[in-house]
Design a protein. Structure first.
Length: 189
């Protein structure tokens, strides 16, 4: 599992539609200065196939799939789903089902990572930090080619202030981003 986590990077999204938003997701993963990015999966998939992408560092393949929710407390329930451990990046305990998650996984080819080579008179923490910065980076960048061709939409947080909305508009104007902006359908208290 450690190797799988080391070589797979997840970008997590919520499956939904324009009319229905998740109160739980707004409450758990955002604050009033936040926004959501919305796009139809079929449009995203079409664009990424047509326009391509780049990743930082070593080449990575992209794999997209909804997350499958299983009862991890019931060994009989998960036994058939763990045959291919690489697919475990798309499994989650049923207690998270409210997330209705979709993942884009950037999968790096497995490579050998040398053990940490500690040196006398150099702090262990410094050596471990250096080793991790070279071999165990915590993320990767996925750059979408022709980003402006995607029909992303911006959704303001339900508690977003006028000031925040104006800032988002100004940033989009400054960087010539032409995505449609919508207010959330929800009213949170």
């Amino acid at each position: 599992m450690n190797k799988i986590q080391r070589f797979n990077y997840a970008s997590c999204w919520v499956i939904g539609n324009k009319q229905i938003e998740s109160v739980a997701m707004w409450n758990l993963y955002s604050d009033p200065k936040s926004l959501a990015i919305r796009i139809k999966y079929s449009d995203f998939k079409k664009n990424i196939i047509q326009n391509g992408y780049r990743t930082s560092g070593i080449d990575k393949e992209l794999i997209c799939s909804p997350v499958h929710y299983l009862n991890f407390q019931d060994i009989n329930n998960i036994s058939g789903h763990t045959d291919n451990l690489l697919d475990s990046v798309f499994l989650k305990d049923i207690s998270f089902k409210y997330e209705n998650e979709f993942r884009i996984i950037a999968r790096e080819k497995e490579r050998e990572i040398p053990p940490i080579n500690y040196k006398k008179n150099i702090s262990r923490r410094h050596i471990e930090n250096l080793h991790n910065s070279i071999y165990n980076y915590s993320g990767t960048k996925i750059e979408l080619e022709n980003f402006d061709k995607y029909n992303f939409e911006i959704v303001n947080h339900p508690k977003s202030t006028k000031w925040t909305k104006n800032n988002i508009k100004e940033i989009m104007k400054r960087f010539d981003v032409k995505f449609d902006v919508f207010d959330s359908n929800l009213e949170l208290k």
